[in-house]
Write a protein that binds this ligand. Sequence first.
Ligand SMILES: NC(=O)c1ccc[n+]([C@@H]2O[C@H](COP(=O)([O-])OP(=O)(O)OC[C@H]3O[C@@H](n4cnc5c(N)ncnc54)[C@H](O)[C@@H]3O)[C@@H](O)[C@H]2O)c1
Length: 329
Amino acid sequence: MRSLITGGAGFIGSHVARHCLAMGHEVVVLDDLSGGFRDQVTDGALFAEGSITDDALVERLFAEHRFDYVYHIAAYAAEGLSHFIRRFNYSNNIIGSATLINAAVRHDVKCFVFTSSIATYGAAQVPMREDMTPHPEDPYGIAKYAVELDLDAAHRQFGLNFVIFRPHNVYGEHQNIGDRYRNVIGIFLAQMLRGEPLAIFGDGEQQRAFSHIDDVAPHIARSVDVPAARGQAINIGADEPCSIIRLVELVGREFGITPKVTHLPPRNEVVHAWSDHDRARRLLGVQPLVGLEDGLHQMAEWARRVGVRSSPGAPPIEVDKGVPWTAGG
Ligand SMILES: NC(=O)c1ccc[n+]([C@@H]2O[C@H](COP(=O)([O-])OP(=O)(O)OC[C@H]3O[C@@H](n4cnc5c(N)ncnc54)[C@H](O)[C@@H]3O)[C@@H](O)[C@H]2O)c1
């Protein structure tokens, strides 16, 4: 089987690529290295550096490699920042996806796997369930939901098979901890390593369920072999919610200190976001295995080893009206 993995130099994509190789797939990674790192492309994969928005490049790759599966994982995923970079957000995350969907239809791809997000639910009641009507509240979530709808349209028109995953707050090795606009665990680890106070937006009572990469990536990789997953949107990740205040405590414990914190004004964000995973359990037999303390420990060990690296990261701000992250690292 031949698989294209977009975003395979990034966090989730590099792990999915590794699992696909272990499943015997030939793997091509397409990544523009805007948020990922060349050395994270798993050994054994072919690497094409470029953008999912580059129609000619995408067409060339599909014509050359005749992919059976596409795992579309690339995106710029700074949810809160997306209000301030909406043009970039929609070009990268919608037009890039449409470019890949076109190519997948033209080249008869057997299954298109897409990493959406629980951002599609917006401020829905928790736990968020797949049978709720999505109502995304920010451009990032709107782009994800638009791609979900587009996949459904491509299925109805052309028979393109797809599986949609809605992960949330995934953390672990290979996460870009140098990007100060996304991934609170990564931001906290970077702040600890730099000796800075941990920056908390608002009172820190917001709750998220932090999901270890090992409880997410293998299931994304093998979903193409599960007929019942086709055409479904599937929440995936940890069940247990945890407040940001509690996360500060756990990070402090990992480093053996009581961290200094700085409270920033609250952001315009969903206060409680975690989801129900009954569908993942039923269709894919998913059972989260890695507890937060163990997962944090593994990630912190890795972060101490590689340090805080930066990638080009966030694009230029388009609407400079109250961007919430001018302070902190
Ligand atoms: N990490 C999470 O908690 C989380 C939660 C929900 C959904 N997701 C989704 O999972 C996917 C992967 O997220 P991640 O955390 O691994 O982020 P990441 O930034 O580590 O990985 C994304 C990769 O995509 C690449 N990329 C971005 N734009 C590109 C483009 N135009 N062309 C080619 N490559 C491009 C980046 O260089 C990066 O390597 C994203 O679609 C994200 O929206 C992530």
